[in-house]
Design a protein around this ligand. Structure first.
Ligand code: FRU
Length: 479
């Protein structure tokens, strides 16, 4: 297919060419953020998985590195995590960067085996540049569960051991190890809790604090069964004692509501910051989106936090603070009244299709923000007061025919009970990410207009008073 440079995001990571899906092996080491990812370097659709590799010092610009892991006789390299073995527990060397990933064996799968996924190790002694597979692979054989994958390993300091959080079909299984090589099953979680519209994949487990109290967060991606169809990211709040995860509530919570935010997990070794990134697509149509010569990218890096609303504690996510440097020139409008329609295009001269927009209101009311072009294509982002929902509508967003599941209006509940509202939009040529109410409600959506959506207007049913709008285009040098 002809190249589509007009669809290339300016500040979301996309590989220069070919297919990617899940972010993998995220780890911070000596000033560098490592991001590995599910990669098929020989095609633009999903194929034999490798681990691609990019690095960053600021989480907003990424440098491509050589492919880290290639398929081998044990199978393709599916999703997983990476740790820094500071105490040399595995014996590969002090500070070895160790990847713990799923080997997926297609030959075994074809034979109808249900043991074709197992966990393996690879290590790097030069900060992720070159990799060796461990000769004792696999380190965690399959007990007979077809979906047995995506290990997230972290150091559990209180018990001085490694903990692996593994997706095992319809539940999570926790394992622990003193040395990354020998794993002991600790417990299972979730068979009867949470959303089960599809298989559980790509989990994560980490502690966070709110008002001095520690809460453990268990992220569980699932596909299908997401809140707006297809792939989605749910999470549980609770406690973890090194052996079992005990949830503190039984409702299903979603880290993100839009259709295009999947397989997200967090970085290891980032100290007090908890940083998250997802794959910005959905298995429902990921293989068909009309981009070339690459397919798929990631969400922006986000910083997670906790927020209490009523008697519930929620995970919030907002673009990392480093995002600010992408948008140095800010235009601010104060006290705007939207009475039916307010066209921002003439006020901003050149809106462009890559920018950040923030809106603050003392009293939230129904509104829509319309990104559009001269052809009448549009993406509408807004809030609907009667249903108390945020939404993104891409029903008329341009190219839609590549999948009958793509067009649509997607909704997310407003969780905040505050009268005041703040909404941050990150628009990047073919996507919008919405962070509402300090990141309590998040939506990421793709769209493919046939001309850039570089017009911007606000609409409201009645009148809507906005205290402040700030608009900041992507800095030219960042593109
Ligand atoms: C999630 C996933 C993982 C798997 C990988 C394969 O998107 O299905 O469960 O490891 O993608 O590419």
């Amino acid at each position: 297919p002809p190249a589509t440079p007009q669809y290339r995001p300016g500040y979301h990571f996309t590989p220069a060419a070919h297919w990617m899906n899940d972010p993998n092996g995220m780890v911070y080491y000596q000033g560098t953020y490592h991001l590995f990812f599910q990669y098929y370097p020989d095609g633009m659709v999903w194929g034999p998985m490798h681990w691609g590799h990019v690095t960053s010092t600021d989480l907003v610009s990424w440098k491509e590195q050589p492919i880290a892991l290639y398929p081998d006789k044990l199978g393709m390299i599916f999703s997983g995590s990476a740790v820094i073995d500071v105490n040399n527990t595995a014996g590969f060397g002090k500070d070895a960067m160790v990847a713990i990933f799923t080997h997926h064996n297609p030959e075994e799968e074809k034979k109808g085996s249900n043991k074709h996924e197992y966990q393996s190790l690879a290590y790097s002694l030069d900060a992720g540049k070159t990799w060796k597979k461990y000769e004792g692979n696999p380190v965690l054989p399959n007990p007979g569960i077809a979906d047995f994958r995506d290990p997230k390993v972290s150091w559990y300091e209180a018990g001085k051991k490694w903990v692996m959080t593994l997706a095992t079909k319809d539940r999570i299984t926790f394992y622990s190890s003193p040395n990354l090589k020998n794993w002991t099953k600790e417990s299972e979680f979730g068979e009867k809790l949470g959303a089960h519209g599809g298989v559980w994949e790509c989990p994560d487990l980490f502690p966070m604090t709110l008002n001095g109290k520690t809460h453990w967060v268990l992220i569980v991606n699932l596909n299908p069964g997401g809140p707006n169809g297809g792939s989605g990211t749910q999470y549980f709040m609770g406690n973890f004692n090194g052996k079992t995860f005990t949830p503190s509530s039984t409702d299903t919570k979603w880290a993100s509501y839009g259709p295009d935010d999947y397989a997200g997990v967090t970085w290891n070794n980032t100290g007090n910051r908890r940083l998250f990134m997802g794959w910005m697509s959905n298995w429902t149509y990921a293989n068909q989106v009309p981009t070339s010569p690459w397919r798929s990218g990631t969400t922006v890096a986000r910083e997670l936090a906790l927020q209490q609303v009523g008697n519930q504690i929620y995970l919030t996510s907002q673009p990392v603070k480093e995002t600010v440097k992408l948008f140095p020139s800010v235009t601010t409008f104060k006290d705007l009244t939207v009475n039916k329609t307010l066209d921002l295009t003439p006020k901003l001269k050149n809106v462009g299709d890559k920018f950040q927009l923030k809106l603050k209101a003392q009293q939230l009311a129904s509104f829509s923000l319309v990104l559009s072009n001269a052809k009448g294509e549009e993406v509408i982002i807004g809030y609907d007061q009667p249903t108390n929902q945020y939404f993104v509508d891409r029903t008329k967003s341009g190219q839609l025919g590549f999948s009958d599941k793509f067009a649509g209006r997607h909704t997310a509940p407003r969780l905040s009970t505050s009268l005041q509202a703040d909404v941050t939009l990150l628009v990047d040529a073919t996507s919008v990410e919405v962070f509402a109410d300090q990141g309590l409600t998040v939506m990421s959506e793709l769209f493919f207009p046939t001309e850039p959506l570089s017009k911007l207007r606000l609409t409201a049913d009645t009148s809507f008073l906005i205290q402040e709008i700030t608009y900041a285009p992507l800095a030219p040098k960042a593109q």
